[in-house]
Design a protein around this ligand. Structure first.
Ligand SMILES: NC(=O)c1ccc[n+]([C@@H]2O[C@H](COP(=O)([O-])OP(=O)(O)OC[C@H]3O[C@@H](n4cnc5c(N)ncnc54)[C@H](OP(=O)(O)O)[C@@H]3O)[C@@H](O)[C@H]2O)c1
Length: 348
């Protein structure tokens, strides 16, 4: 059994780790972030960390004021049954198989891929036996009660998090004009593409550059976004254009919303909706990536543009794609699944 109990070195005096947590895909960008959050969490210990091509190597993780050397094992060697909860931070398609194995071993799972999300990222083939088709969608600000106590949760996509948290109050209040098109331009840092080397993400291709990709509504996050907007009561079309930004981490989404009625205060729909949310920040200025990097927050600003015949709202939403867009939200979900304080280990 691999229980490295790294947290033992960093715990506050008198406290003990209560939950053994495994990370599948720990050598990836989301997996590394998960390891750091687990090592800094007051009630988690890192039970195992897996890699695929990098198995057998050691991952250096900076957490709780020191650098930890974390051995990376193959997923076949992972003690799934001995973990209380497993994070699956694996590529789409590869993840569902490991989620099935973790469920069969009796372990709770937070899956970071699109395999279990609503719409399954547009993939239509069947999930392995034992994997639920309707796992709770782990966006606590919208669906907290379905995550609390759940054994399997689908962690949302990074773009979807930045966009849905911004649109949800408007959809719930009937403020999005029926039958309208909501236009979204999002820019993401390069870590959003994962750790596998690809030509288009090489330094000389990305640096000093800015471009759109996945144009024409072809991004896989549209499936979970459309499904969620329908659940929230909006029939709008989403026109989503992602862009690649030459920074390490962060997503800024600029969202143009045709309104069903005029507003006098651009932030008014968000104030009531998010008054008690620990991880949503509203700003009367505009959110920026520097405000949210390394933090588990969605930071939202809004403006009523002038010169428009139709009432329109511009919403700006910034997140760290690896934290609120991936590992941080996954820990938030794990806390809820295990009955812990939702903010435990996430106060950056
Ligand atoms: N990056 C983001 O901003 C972000 C945000 C939200 C959600 N996500 C989702 O979270 C998941 C992980 O994303 P990521 O960007 O962290 O990915 P990544 O950097 O590409 O890492 C993938 C991880 O999975 C391992 N792996 C690859 N193929 C495998 C296989 N066949 N079997 C077992 N392990 C395998 C890799 O190991 P080796 O490196 O050793 O080969 C690595 O540890 C993806 O589904 C992604 O869509 C990513």
């Amino acid at each position: 059994m691999q229980n490295y109990a790294f947290n033992m070195h960093t715990l506050p005096v008198g406290s003990q780790p209560s939950y053994r947590i495994g990370v599948l895909g720990a050598s990836g960008y989301s997996g590394r972030e998960l390891c750091a959050l687990i090592l800094g969490h007051p009630q988690f210990s890192l039970h195992f960390a897996t890699a695929h091509s990098q198995k057998g190597s050691t991952l250096r993780v900076r957490a709780a004021g020191r650098v930890h050397d974390v051995p990376l094992i193959g997923p076949d060697e992972a003690d799934l049954a001995g973990a209380d909860l497993v994070f699956a931070a694996l590529p789409h398609g590869a993840s569902a198989e490991w989620v099935a194995k973790a469920i069969a071993a009796g372990t709770r799972v937070v899956d970071l891929s699109s395999d279990l999300r609503p719409g399954h990222g547009g993939v239509t083939h069947a999930l392995p036996d034992g994997v639920p088709h309707d796992a709770p969608y782990g966006m606590p600000e919208l669906f907290r009660s379905s995550v609390q106590g759940a054994r399997v949760v689908a962690n949302p996509g990074c773009y979807a998090t930045s966009i849905l948290v911004a649109l949800a109050p408007l959809a719930k209040a009937g403020l999005i004009a029926p039958g309208s098109t909501v236009s979204i331009a999002s820019a993401s840092g390069v870590s959003g593409a994962g750790v596998t080397p690809k030509f288009e993400y090489m330094f000389a291709e990305v640096a000093e550059n800015f471009r759109a990709y996945g144009v024409g509504n072809s991004h896989r996050h549209l499936f979970e976004m459309r499904d969620t907007m329908q659940k929230l009561g909006s029939d709008c079309d989403l026109l989503f254009t992602p862009h690649l930004l030459a920074v390490d981490r962060g997503i800024l989404s600029t969202i143009t919303v045709p309104l069903s009625r005029p507003l006098t205060d651009a932030l008014e729909p968000f104030r009531a909706a998010y008054a008690n949310e620990p991880f949503v920040e509203l700003t009367t200025s505009l959110p920026a990536l520097a405000d949210v990097q390394h933090r588990n927050v969605v930071r939202i600003g809004a403006v009523l543009p002038s010169g428009m015949r139709q009432p329109t709202l511009l919403v700006f939403s910034a997140i760290d794609n690896l934290v609120k867009g991936a590992a941080g939200q996954a820990v938030q979900n794990a806390n809820l699944m295990l009955g812990l304080d939702e903010i435990a280990g996430l106060q950056q």
